[in-house]
Design a protein around this ligand. Structure first.
Ligand code: HEC
Ligand code: HEC
Ligand code: HEC
Ligand code: HEC
Ligand code: HEC
Length: 213
């Protein structure tokens, strides 16, 4: 049967429909077998809506005041509830939203329960990462690091002055201080290739055993 002029638009529409369904199936297939599907997935909702904005931008609290181990060791660490109560025994919030969320913090404190924060960034157990070395490198004076004194960020752009601690965090994490809710930096997967590229750019050894236990 020859297609009549009435059937052709129907056939075209059918073709487009098949392509769309095919695309959706492929995307579902990829996300089913790779979790997270593209780079880091979005983190689950936190038990308390903790806004970095209010603390970092509005109240000028430094990253390392809360992430106390970040300039000292491997893990940055997330503050224990006692550290929150240092301020929140007294500060109960002005808006009703703030009051509701801060009341939860105080409740964890009086129950002596740790806050079960959801992890946003997590490498597999066989990988070693050291915050301290990275912070020290990018914040130190230019003539103290590397033979040529040249440094490169995660995009291979030259870094030609010592960074502040907060600027150094943003190389890998983005501008957390302006986030209501921490999510991985856009387009940043922190996969092995990203680590290796930056290590090569900065003449850091890339032996497997540096990062793998
Ligand atoms: C008042 C304390 C406080 C300050 C100041 C603070 N943070 Fe946080 N940060 C937290 C808490 C609590 C969490 C866990 C909850 C969450 O993920 O939002 C967190 C989570 C994070 C995470 C995600 C951790 C993960 O699970 O992977 C990153 C990255 C981070 N902070 C970076 C920063 C940077 C960069 C700064 C400075 C610009 C900063 N923080 C300032 C308390 C703080
Ligand atoms: C150095 C003091 C300080 C520390 C430490 C601190 N906060 Fe705050 N926090 C504040 C201030 C100031 C506000 C603003 C309160 C207001 O004006 O409503 C605030 C607001 C909040 C709010 C309400 C935000 C909103 O407006 O919705 C939450 C929730 C909160 N803090 C949780 C935490 C948690 C959890 C910790 C510990 C990880 C923590 N804070 C540590 C000072 C602090
Ligand atoms: C070179 C990249 C890089 C830089 C720079 C960096 N981080 Fe991280 N951060 C990571 C990686 C990778 C992880 C996941 C580590 C893991 O799972 O072992 C992580 C995890 C974290 C976590 C959650 C786990 C933990 O270590 O407690 C926090 C909080 C955090 N970073 C805060 C910071 C802060 C604050 C800064 C700046 C002072 C910073 N990071 C700078 C790459 C970086
Ligand atoms: C923005 C650039 C950059 C990125 C991205 C980066 N690194 Fe590094 N890393 C460095 C530099 C520079 C050093 C050397 C610091 C020094 O001179 O001590 C280093 C050192 C290290 C060390 C050795 C620390 C010690 O002193 O024992 C480890 C382990 C490491 N990185 C792991 C990682 C892993 C894992 C990732 C990816 C998740 C990563 N790095 C991503 C720049 C980077
Ligand atoms: C600068 C840090 C770094 C170095 C050096 C490094 N790796 Fe990795 N590697 C990682 C990180 C981070 C991951 C986890 C994220 C991922 O799967 O990409 C990883 C994951 C892996 C995995 C698991 C991949 C998977 O699918 O789970 C293998 C295998 C591996 N690395 C082998 C090696 C070998 C072999 C070398 C030496 C030639 C090496 N790595 C050097 C950081 C590094």
């Amino acid at each position: 049967m020859r297609p009549t002029s009435k059937m052709i638009p129907l056939m075209v529409a059918g073709g487009i429909f098949t392509v769309i369904i095919g695309f959706v199936l492929v995307v579902l297939f990829i996300s089913w077998f790779s979790n997270p599907p593209f780079g880091l997935g979005n983190a689950s909702a936190q038990p308390i809506a903790f806004p970095h904005t209010v603390h970092v931008v509005d109240n000028n609290i430094q990253c390392e005041f809360c992430h106390r181990n970040v300039t000292k060791g491997d893990a940055a660490t997330v503050p224990a509830v006692e550290q929150c109560l240092f301020c929140h025994k007294d500060i109960s919030g002005r808006t009703s939203q703030a009051q509701t969320e801060i009341a939860k913090v105080q409740q964890y404190g009086s129950d002596e329960e740790p806050i079960d924060w959801e992890r946003v960034h997590r490498l597999p157990d066989h990988v070693r990462f050291v915050h301290e070395a990275h912070i020290r490198y990018f914040t130190s004076d230019l003539d103290t690091e590397g033979a040529s004194g040249q440094r490169y960020d995660i995009n291979g752009n030259e870094v030609n002055r010592p960074y502040s601690i907060a600027e150094t965090c943003s190389i890998c994490h983005g501008d957390v201080g302006s986030m209501e809710e921490v999510q991985p930096k856009d387009g940043q997967s922190l996969k092995m290739g990203t680590c290796l590229d930056c290590h090569r750019d900065n003449n850091v050894p890339t032996d497997c055993t540096i990062c793998h236990k």
